[in-house]
Ligand binder design. Structure first.
Ligand code: GDP
Length: 490
């Protein structure tokens, strides 16, 4: 079942209600058309305005993407340091610099894509070396992969992106503090030189400073609009921050009448596992018996802290499952038609074995774990392909229990359109997950929405000139259950 083409006719449902264009051949990327068959039909429809914006972006990517005359010219101007000149083709670029694990990367690419749509830029994805082994191209007739440098001796800033590692004088934050930028009496900012710089880094990651966070302000966005090339360094889902950036708010509200379905739509739009990955997903889905189960319960266990005793993590999961009645407590009814199956994903096999011992006798559909990689690996395509498969298998479940803080889990819940039960993460300093947490804290909480959490937002209100409680000022922004200072769309 995994390898035979599944569809005879392609319908609107397969194109996710207009989200996807039909301008790709089915055999070239089967997941693009078969996603709908493997996921429950969507209660959320993409707005006509979102669909129009996506088609417009596809046209821009084609007109200015790699291989076009406009792209060649833009690269030449970047390399020579010329920047904008009057006869430019209206092609400006946003390059996403890939780093971190796959879940982080997928959330960051989604954020970069939305920023590119909002600012009429072409999105190009730098490296992550295996992006082409994992994902099909999302835009027809072009590529979203930044072309590799043809020469190691090239002085192009495009060849140095992977060396950025968080530091450069050409960050927005550094520029704002230098005399490259002039601040007027009314607080407006402009470039001091006759021409804006040819490129800038946007540093939007982890503990980023006050000036880099001014990215989320209107005046700074006007300044950035003049820069032909932007290089975005982030591992975060910054989308809630874009809703809080005044010039984008109206557009975003029009594109997403349902604020809690942004990743749901954009994740389904952008990410299509390549045929080898999709084969692995569908083959496992059918051969394990998950496909036949009436109820699939997905359990994602991600332990961030090496010294955390596994018994404690398991105890937390078992309490959550029991308190929320997610799995049968006895073997009575095991043979009924609406059988239950459990999918466990984790780097370790230990949890799967214990869960199978505990619940194997109670669920007719079995307890399954596709892989146990032992540890996270870097620049390993086969490892990333297994990670991607498991995110998609989790997204085919009816119920999810996830580990707080984990972007791997966020991707699964977002693609599924499910609000998971989230187990809080132990603080980094705790040997026991309860250490440092309120002892009355439940073992898990239901996420307030399907959306991923933005872990490190800017709390600064640019107009007011002070920090504000973001969840108090905007009705569709709320705190995350798993990350103290995180925010999410609801
Ligand atoms: P996060 O660190 O949990 O936010 O998620 P990321 O996806 O960014 O990074 C974790 C990486 O570790 C994944 O991309 C995988 O490479 C690996 N990993 C973590 N948990 C699992 C798992 O359950 N299954 C597999 N196959 N890989 C995992």
């Amino acid at each position: 079942q995994g390898s035979e083409p599944l569809l005879k006719n392609i319908t609107a449902e397969h194109l996710l209600d207009g989200l996807l264009t039909a301008n790709f051949s089915y055999p070239s990327c089967r997941s693009r058309y078969e996603f709908a068959v493997h996921h429950k039909s969507s209660p959320h429809k993409p707005s006509p305005y979102l669909i129009a914006k996506l088609r417009k972006q596809e046209a821009l990517q084609q007109r200015c993407g790699p291989g076009t005359a406009a792209h060649k010219k833009a690269v030449r101007r970047l390399d020579s340091g010329e920047g904008v000149v009057d006869d430019d083709d209206g092609c400006r670029y946003l390059v996403y610099i890939s780093y971190r694990g796959l879940g982080n990367r997928m959330l960051a690419i989604t954020s970069a894509f939305l920023y590119a749509v909002l600012t009429d830029r072409v999105l190009l994805v730098d490296g992550g070396k295996d992006a082409d082994a994992l994902f099909c191209e999302p835009f027809p007739g072009t590529t979203w992969l930044l072309p590799r440098a043809t020469s190691w001796f090239s002085r192009s800033p495009l060849t140095r992106l992977q060396g950025y590692e968080g530091g450069s004088t050409e960050t927005l934050g550094n520029m704002l503090q230098s005399d490259a930028v002039t601040v007027s009496a009314d607080g407006n900012v402009s470039w001091s030189a006759a021409r804006p710089p040819p490129y800038l880094y946007l540093h939007l990651s982890g503990v980023y400073g006050f000036h880099d966070k001014l990215f989320f302000c209107g005046a700074q966005q006007r300044l950035l609009g003049e820069v032909p090339w932007l290089f975005m360094w982030t591992d975060n889902y910054i989308v809630p921050g874009l809703f809080l950036t005044p010039p984008f708010r109206g557009e975003l509200e029009a594109m997403f009448p349902e604020k809690d379905a942004v990743f749901y739509h954009l994740g389904r739009y952008l990410f299509h596992p390549t045929n080898p990955v999709w084969n692995a997903i569908t083959t496992y889905y059918h051969s394990s018996g998950l496909a036949g189960a009436g109820k699939r319960v997905g359990v994602q266990i991600r332990v961030f802290q090496k010294k955390q005793p596994p018994q404690v993590v398991l105890g937390q999961l078992v309490s959550c499952v029991r308190d929320e009645k997610l799995l049968p407590e006895t073997s009575a009814g095991k043979g009924t038609s609406s059988s239950v199956a459990v999918l466990v994903t984790s780097l370790s096999s230990w949890y799967h074995e214990r869960i199978r011992d505990e619940y194997g006798g109670r669920v007719a559909g079995g307890v399954h774990q596709p892989s146990h990689e032992g540890r996270q690996r870097w620049r390993d395509a086969a490892h990333d392909m297994r990670a991607l498969s498991e995110m998609y298998l989790l997204s085919m479940c009816h119920v999810l229990v996830t580990s707080g803080y984990s972007t791997f889990g966020y991707v699964a819940q977002g693609l599924a359109g499910l609000r998971p039960w989230v187990m809080p993460r132990a603080p980094m300093w705790a040997a026991d997950w309860r250490e440092g947490l309120d002892p009355r804290e439940p073992p898990c909480r239901r996420a307030v929405s399907v959306e991923p959490c933005f872990h490190s937002p800017s709390y600064y209100d640019c107009a007011a000139g002070r920090d504000v409680e973001l969840d108090k000022v905007t009705p569709y922004i709320s705190r995350c259950v798993d990350v103290k200072y995180g925010i999410k769309l609801v």
